[in-house]
Design a protein around this ligand. Sequence first.
Ligand SMILES: [Zn+2]
Length: 237
Amino acid sequence: MSRRVLVIGAHSADFVWRAAGAMATATAAGGVAEVVALSYGERGESGELWKEPGQTVENVKRLRHAEAQAAAAHLGASFRCLDLGDYPLQIDTAALLQIAAVIREFAPDVLVTHTDTDPFNPDHPVAHAAVDRARGLAAGAGVQSAFATIAPPALFLFEPHQPELCNFTPTTFVDITAVMDAKRAAMGEMKAQRYLHTYYEQRAAQRGNHARRASGAKHVEYAEAFQRVIPQLVAEL
Ligand SMILES: [Zn+2]
């Protein structure tokens, strides 16, 4: 079944570590995937780029845009950035309505964002709150509204860097074995955060182990973990 997957992250590289495999899996099955970054992470998450003497915010944004676009292309996905600023990311009413409009326009089956807590990151919980609220504005209250609404998308949280400190409990594993090379290629584009490549390669292998144990599916080598927020309707258990 082809799906429309929308991943909204606080910073332009967040999607690649945490949902690249799920996005590549969706597009390989004929679905559509889009990344929307609320900022470039230009000040707080572009470590390598700030080692360059004379570096500027505008140049970092330009490089981060190119990196994210190239990474998304490896996954068959598109990338756009709302450029709302980082460290701190601040969401005013105009930004909230902009995010709601993005969700309404794309009309995703699946919406993916950050967890509500992260003691080491000032922007990820802000992104969670904004996306959760914008999702409610885009979908309405399930009744006729004074504004255009979309069918409520499934809401998933992707895995944070230190899950046990971020209210993250996996409910869903995506088998990304077949697309792991695409995820590696996407991660490889994020040259400003080389220190994360090995970390998330290992995480995918560990989650693959957990997915095998949870399901008995021995062929799973690599997986990504997600936490489902909205109850799922099924025909039978
Ligand atoms: Zn981030």
